[in-house]
Design a protein around this ligand. Structure first.
Ligand code: AMP
Ligand code: GLY
Length: 420
């Protein structure tokens, strides 16, 4: 089979490595991929948002199966465009991808179908939003409606900060049109859990749970990033919590999307908070999480491509979806200075036989050079979380590039939770 994966980060590298395990796969193209992914796939210089060129390429090459991984092309309708040309594709169509593309949509969906989430109000009028800020409880959370590279969420500790957040989104348009509409919501507390799930629109199968580490510095301090590391499974996601999520969140969401005429197929990501009042949805993503995928897929014992094909056929119930009874830890190595300014172009040396997922690198005369904020993620698995963390940090020592920065406490909070 000829497979094409749209995207070019660590998540896509993890998807590609897993798909490669399927014996029927002859070629994998990555659009655009990156210098590190080039070791596992043929990279093609077509951007993930360039839908016309993506479709043209798929038709020309006779692609048998396509996977659209990032949010932007999904929300723009890449799956619809590929399927219109007869290309079998994994991922939600545009109508379903709105579950991530519009926070106002997802909040209204949850309200309508009684799916637990933070209380909220939606505003398209700035004065109305500002008036609401004067009387709501503080802290409060202000979110831009549309995609904002994961940065459109502001947790305001004071009324002043909340006012500034509303003005920056609605007046100064710091997130462009994403801020035409804002959601102002209740501040929730509790540990966060990421649950990625496979769904064909009828059946939903959660994958092993995970925990992201979004802040740049140890101790969950510093700026928000795209994710500095992950562990799986997440100790806060007990069997009891999992059973409750299935009944109150996962199945109702799949049913709600179907009832709205927006049947969701692909990977639906549930960003959950385990609050004192039970699990609630913080956000939905219409795709695999990054860097959650880099710990979830290494634990998948079943054939990923087979699962994806079954989802395409609407027969997920027939697929084998089995995860190892082990733990995984992914430590992201970034360019020092990320998520603000940083230098790039430094040579990377790393072992070839490890689960290293490259996110920001390019090839120049066969040398792999850093080319982004998050450069790569090092994943190890082991029988226990403690051993997986220790192994991941051992492997980190074998990777080097100038100005490398990584957190030294990935998984530390999870280990403490385990010991309680
Ligand atoms: P999101 O982009 O919606 O995932 O939000 C980014 C992060 O902001 C989440 O991972 C949470 O840590 C935090 N967050 C979002 N919404 C809330 C909320 N209602 N209460 C507390 N924290 C939140
Ligand atoms: N790790 C969070 C996300 O993929 O959005």
């Amino acid at each position: 089979m000829k497979v094409m994966v749209v995207g070019g980060g660590g998540r896509e590298h993890a998807i590609i490595k897993k798909i490669k395990e399927n014996k029927t796969v002859e070629t994998i193209f990555a659009l655009p991929g990156n210098g590190g992914i080039a070791a596992d796939a043929t990279c093609v210089d077509i951007g993930a948002k360039d839908i016309d060129k993506i479709v043209e390429f798929a038709v020309e090459k006779g692609i048998d199966f396509a996977v659209v991984a990032p949010d932007d092309p999904l929300v723009l309708g890449a799956v619809d465009a590929l399927q219109a040309k007869g290309i079998k594709t994994f991922g939600p169509n545009k109508a379903a991808a709105i579950i991530e593309g519009s926070k106002a949509f997802s909040k209204d969906l949850m309200k309508k179908y009684n799916i637990p989430t933070a209380a909220y109000e939606t505003f398209t009028d700035m004065e109305a939003a500002l008036a609401y800020i004067e009387k709501c409880d503080i802290p409060v959370v202000v979110k831009a409606d549309g995609l904002a590279l994961g940065k459109g969420v502001i947790i305001a500790e004071t009324r002043d900060e909340a006012r500034d957040a509303v003005r920056s989104m609605m007046e100064d348009k710091v997130f462009g049109d994403s801020g035409n509409c804002v959601v102002v919501e209740e501040f929730l507390t509790g540990p966060e859990v990421s649950v990625l799930s496979f769904t064909d629109g009828n059946v939903v199968i959660p994958m092993v749970s995970s925990m992201d580490h979004k802040r740049a510095l140890d101790g969950d301090k510093g700026l928000n990033t795209g994710g500095m590391g992950t562990i799986a499974p997440n100790p806060y996601y007990t069997e009891e919590v999992a059973a409750e999520c299935m009944e109150t969140i996962f199945k109702p969401t799949i049913e709600a999307m179907k009832a709205e005429g927006r049947t969701f197929t692909g990977c639906l990501y549930f960003g959950l908070m385990i609050t004192p009042k039970g699990p609630k949805v913080i956000e939905y993503n219409c795709r695999f999480g990054d860097p959650e995928t880099q710990v979830v897929l290494p634990l998948l014992e079943s054939d990923l491509l087979d699962i994806m094909l079954k989802i395409y056929e609407g027969k997920l119930a027939e697929a084998e979806v089995k995860f190892a009874d082990k733990s995984a830890c992914c430590v992201v190595m970034a360019s020092n200075g990320y998520p603000q300014s940083y230098e790039k172009g430094f040579e990377i040396t790393m072992p070839a036989d490890k689960n290293i997922y490259v996110a920001g690198a390019k090839l120049a005369d066969d040398r792999l050079l850093t080319n982004g904020g998050r450069v790569l993620g090092v994943t190890e698995t082991a029988d226990t979380l403690e051993a997986a963390i220790a192994k991941a940090y051992e492997t980190v020592k074998t990777v080097s590039f100038e100005n490398a920065y990584f957190r030294t406490d990935i998984g530390a909070r999870a280990l403490m939770a385990e010991r309680k």
